[in-house]
Design a protein around this ligand. Structure first.
Ligand SMILES: CC(C)(COP(=O)(O)OP(=O)(O)OC[C@H]1O[C@@H](n2cnc3c(N)ncnc32)[C@H](O)[C@@H]1OP(=O)(O)O)[C@@H](O)C(=O)NCCC(=O)NCCS
Length: 186
């Protein structure tokens, strides 16, 4: 992977992000995802952001939030996961390695801090290059009362990253459920 100039990476918690920088990240994500991010930051909640820049402006972004995932059949095996959200590069700067550099740093943080990494995507190939595996089993959302509701539309979109604390018997063909949150649980 060659960079015109290596991206500069910053790691900031959500509380450390000043309004001006948040506006820049919102513009970047809206351009990349082609949707409004007005409600997204609040829905996703606080986390750790990895922000790439070229020295002048932000070029790429990804963040990790704390979530809980339930593996296998009942009784649930709960794991605290680093859940990756809002991976984006400005459209005009894509395919120059910016998101790869940001995700390498995300991988490092997940491996250091969590029992597992997880995310949901339509771009599995991008993450597979970085060591992520597509979950093969059925996906669900675990409601607050413990009931599981199938999320068949997410089957094949959920990916995980193993860390040194990942259970050795992790079976990516088994059921997986994410704790409920409004609008987009996965
Ligand atoms: C996906 C995204 C973050 C990649 O950003 P990027 O900075 O262009 O990524 P990189 O340049 O580091 O990508 C390097 C490689 O990843 C692969 N790649 C990039 N986008 C991909 C995709 N959507 N699917 C599969 N592989 C992809 C390519 O092989 C690319 O290598 P190449 O340049 O040799 O072809 C960017 O396309 C984007 O912002 N997309 C819109 C938002 C989105 O879909 N986010 C992620 C989904 S959750």
């Amino acid at each position: 992977m060659t960079f015109p100039t290596p991206p500069h990476l910053r790691i900031l918690s959500s509380e450390e992000i000043e309004p001006e920088l948040l506006d820049e990240l919102t513009a970047l994500c809206e351009a990349a995802f082609e949707e409004s991010f007005a409600a997204v930051w609040e829905r996703v909640g606080p986390g750790i952001h990895v922000i790439g820049s070229d020295g002048r402006r932000v070029t790429a972004h990804a963040m990790i939030i704390d979530r809980r995932i339930y593996l296998g059949h009942e009784p649930d095996q709960a794991l605290d996961v680093g859940y990756v959200e809002n991976v984006a590069t400005w459209p005009q700067l894509q395919r120059r390695g910016h998101a790869t550099a940001v995700m390498r740093e995300i991988n490092r943080l997940v491996v250091e801090e969590y029992a597992l990494g997880a995310l949901a995507t339509g771009s599995n190939g991008f993450y597979e290059r970085l060591g992520w595996e597509t979950w093969r089993g059925p996906t669900s959302v675990r409601m607050m009362d413990g009931q599981r509701v199938r999320s068949a539309e997410e089957d094949g979109a959920v990916m995980i990253l193993r860390t040194p604390r990942t259970p050795a018997d992790l079976d990516i063909g088994s059921p997986i459920a994410i704790e409920w949150r409004p609008e987009e649980p996965w």
